[in-house]
Design a protein around this ligand. Sequence first.
Ligand SMILES: [Zn+2]
Length: 156
Amino acid sequence: MSIDDDLLARAVELATANVAAGGGPFGAVVRMADGRTVEGTNQVTTTIDPTAHAEVVAIRAACRELGAVELRGAVLYASCEPCPMCLAATLWARLDRVVFAADRADAERAGFDDAAFHAYFERPGHHARLPTEQVRHAEAIAPFEAWLAHEGRTHY
Ligand SMILES: [Zn+2]
């Protein structure tokens, strides 16, 4: 068994065990660049947080463990194909790679919206599912101007 196989198996095991624990059927493991691993399970209903997907929970835990907002050199193992939010979180946290077991179609068969949300992002913008509109407010770029003018900013 490769490290990938072992950690993917662990993510799946976490996902199955999480069902009995009252959470959603999703698990994730982040393997950091130094080889340490951090685990996460879906906690959406247990913490009343729609963003508490297993991948996000694991990424947050890994960042806390490292004391850093970037996880370069890290790999995300997920029991199921990450949704668009989790993919974006993975990009923001600068992980190197993602490995997943089940996919969006498997999740859809279990009653989850992953496939519909992936479809949304393939046709973003004006869409009945989530109307999105830009209103170019006069002060729209003021926050970025303040950011660029702030000498003490912490780039990320
Ligand atoms: Zn997700």
